[in-house]
Design a protein around this ligand. Structure first.
Ligand code: ADP
Ligand code: 2DT
Length: 212
């Protein structure tokens, strides 16, 4: 019997929009309904490349801007064989940030075009669904202070939000905007419904290639 593939589901959004909370809640809900599901997150700080990135984010080291962009992309590419294997085994992958964060964050720096930033990620497994958790800066601020990592300033995050808005104009990606200002349960309900629909749709289709 041929195995139905799993769906590749990505959550994106600004800092404190609830991505991590919702990824965890979604995986639990899918598992409770008898589906196989696993969480992944980018950057994956556990690999050698991930450790370089982590040290950069923690401001323990400095890296040239193009270089760190390529490391973030390499950190996704190094996980591709595993991602494909899991999807083929019928495991649904719920991913906390993906190439869209990669492009939004680097292109928020001076001198970086969206196009240059997208190039290294062209051909990655294409998400079947990308849910953008939308939250205004005031509501985000009510969820706590920014941390001390690189990029965690309100000015930079505002530019990142603008870049996400530009990326969401791309109709080749199945974007869904979620109002993340509601309760965890309300947001989860929407995310679960959208995910269940896409899991049924994706299971008989091949995995696509991002931005190709
Ligand atoms: P992200 O991964 O997007 O940065 P988190 O899931 O880590 O966001 O959530 C950031 C903080 O906001 C956490 O303290 C979390 O408990 C809280 N939080 C998450 N979702 C909600 C929500 N819908 N309403 C209120 N607080 C939330
Ligand atoms: P968290 O681990 O708290 O999500 O923060 N980033 C992420 C990039 O600049 N490029 C990327 O490709 C990715 C995936 C977003 C990680 C920080 O790293 C940024 C916030």
């Amino acid at each position: 019997m041929s195995c139905r593939r799993g769906a590749l589901i990505v959550l994106e959004g600004v800092d404190r929009a609830g991505k991590t909370t919702q990824c965890q809640t979604l995986v639990q809900a899918l598992q409770q309904s008898g589906r196989e599901a696993e969480i992944m997150r980018f950057p994956d700080r556990t690999t050698k490349i991930g450790q370089l990135i982590s040290s950069y984010l923690e401001k323990k080291s400095n890296l040239e801007d193009h270089t760190v962009h390529l490391l973030f992309s390499a950190n996704r590419w190094e996980m591709v064989p595993l991602m494909k294997q899991k999807l083929e085994q019928g495991i649904n992958l719920v991913v906390d940030r993906y190439a869209f964060s990669g492009v939004a964050f680097t292109s928020a720096k001076p001198g970086f075009s969206l196009e240059w930033c997208m190039n290294p990620d062209v051909g990655l497994p294409k998400p079947d669904l990308v849910m953008f958790l939308q939250l205004n800066p005031t509501a985000a601020a009510n969820r706590g202070e920014y941390g001390t990592e690189r990029y965690e300033t309100s000015a930079f995050q505002r530019t990142v939000s603008q870049r996400f808005e530009e990326l969401m104009q791309d109709s080749s990606i199945n974007w869904k905007v979620i109002d993340a200002a509601r309760t965890i349960e309300e947001v989860h309900k929407d995310i679960k419904l959208l995910s269940e629909d896409i899991i049924s749709l994706a299971e008989n289709q091949p995995v696509g290639e991002l931005w190709k």
